[in-house]
Design a binder for this molecule. Structure first.
Ligand SMILES: [Zn+2]
Ligand SMILES: [Zn+2]
Length: 441
């Protein structure tokens, strides 16, 4: 009897642990709810859980702000019950989810809390269905664990968003926040600005196509799938920003892009492109004229060497290029992306220059390169001529007045990410975050 009850207890403990781990980790999708589909990527870690939530985009004429993968927090698992929260990317609302897992179904209840001053549109989350309960069905039993699930896709701080209600039609996805230093957690510099159903890449550091695929898998933003990558804006031609350029030319072509790559960049972009096409000439010949029957159109690159001003415009977005100052490069650009509802400015690599603050001028998001202010010693002459220190960036941000400042291409020589952030915050009171790969703002 005694041993039998111990057996039952052990059996129960095993069952609970199975439910807590394998029973939850994976991708779940809810179809029968407003703004469907909702996709939950959940990751059990004992009694804790991490993951992301994203919604389909719109219900009737109402659009949701949760289309990107939004990080969840306060995730807890107890037996078959799960609970977690997430904040809308503008920080205006918090949604608390609680669910009961039964096999491949989680039945969720959700409660929405609008923060004081927050955008009340979140009430529309109930949308046409009016439902407060809905079911999510497991579509994938497990998922590739994010390298840093707690932070990789965390939402922008509420302070960042209280200044306005960002329209969801323009977002920046960090594909790579690295530098020439081959840090395995930070791919080469590349960001994707997503407007409407199109992604516009800025720079193509090493790893760019694989990071775009990772971002697409996590967020369900199909514009980031490799065959959909058709636009590239180069800030300058330094190798850390262009080693992924041949990857972006050829990999999507092999997997079905079906269109030429449109590339905008400084003087020299055409010459660089010509050399790359010559280098892979034999590969293209084999793929297009061999048994693969590759699409010749997909292997074309249309290069546009641009001048400051409007570099590109379509129904989704207007892209303005502005000159920045990057050591002895004859031409280096920053870019401003704008829609009717939102603006995102990317500094490129630059020493302090007034053009960045002018281009931002109250923009929603300023993405800026930065290095740690050296303690007690002068920065090298190269750093001073090519890049921007934390203290210098604080001064630029005070002029530019972005609603959110995002540090990227962080040069961590002699400091940690926390120190770098502190150095900016010591002299700048606005909202600031330090980007990691696959963050979205
Ligand atoms: Zn550079
Ligand atoms: Zn660089």
């Amino acid at each position: 009897m005694k041993s039998a009850s111990r057996f039952v207890g052990l059996f129960f403990a095993v069952l609970v642990s199975v439910t807590g781990q394998d029973g939850l980790t994976g991708t779940w999708r809810a179809e029968d709810v407003a703004f469907a589909p909702w996709t939950f990527t959940l990751n059990a870690e004992g009694a804790r859980m991490t993951g992301t939530v994203s919604q389909g985009g719109s219900a009737g004429t109402t659009t949701t702000a949760l289309t990107g993968a939004t990080a969840i927090y306060d995730g807890a698992i107890e037996r078959n019950n799960v609970s977690f929260k997430c904040d809308s990317p503008d920080g205006g609302r918090t949604i608390a989810f609680s669910g009961v897992i039964k096999g491949d179904i989680i039945t969720f209840t959700r409660e929405v809390k609008v923060q004081p001053g927050g955008y009340p549109g979140m009430n529309g989350i109930y949308g046409v269905s009016g439902a407060t309960h809905f079911a999510a069905k497991r579509i994938l039993a497990s998922t590739v664990a994010p390298s840093a699930p707690e932070t990789a896709l965390r939402p922008a701080p509420a302070a960042a968003a209280s200044a306005g209600t960002p329209s969801v039609d323009l977002r920046v996805v960090f594909l790579g926040t690295g530098t020439p230093n081959p840090d395995p957690d930070r791919s080469g510099p590349a960001v994707a600005v997503v407007a409407g159903t199109q992604a516009y890449l800025v720079d193509a550091g090493p790893g760019v196509v694989r990071r775009a695929r990772a971002a697409a898998d996590r967020t369900q933003i199909n514009a980031l799938r490799p065959p959909a990558l058709t636009f590239l804006f180069l800030t300058h031609l330094h190798s850390d920003h262009t080693l992924g350029y041949p990857d972006l030319i050829f990999t999507p072509a092999v997997v079905g892009r079906g269109k030429p790559l449109e590339v905008f960049g400084p003087k020299g972009t055409q010459e660089l492109t010509g050399h790359l096409m010559a280098a892979w000439k034999k590969d293209m010949d084999v793929r297009i004229n061999g048994l693969e029957h590759g699409d010749a159109n997909a292997y074309k690159v249309n290069v546009h060497e641009i001048s400051p001003g409007v570099a590109y415009k379509d129904a989704n977005v207007t892209v303005k290029a502005f000159l920045v100052k990057h050591a002895t490069w004859d031409q280096a650009f920053g870019y401003r992306f704008e829609t009717a509802g939102r603006s995102i400015v990317i500094s490129g690599d630059t020493a302090p220059t007034p053009s960045v603050a002018e281009a931002c001028n109250g923009c929603d998001v300023l993405v800026h390169e930065v290095y740690c202010s050296p303690s007690g010693q002068e920065a090298s002459a190269y750093y001073k001529a090519a890049h921007t220190s934390a203290a210098e960036l604080a001064a630029i941000a005070a002029q530019a007045k972005p609603k959110l400042l995002v540090l990227y291409h962080q040069l961590f020589s002699g400091c940690t990410e926390a120190t770098l952030l502190q150095q900016v915050q010591q002299k700048y009171a606005g909202a600031v975050v330090s980007a990691k790969d696959l963050d979205i703002y």
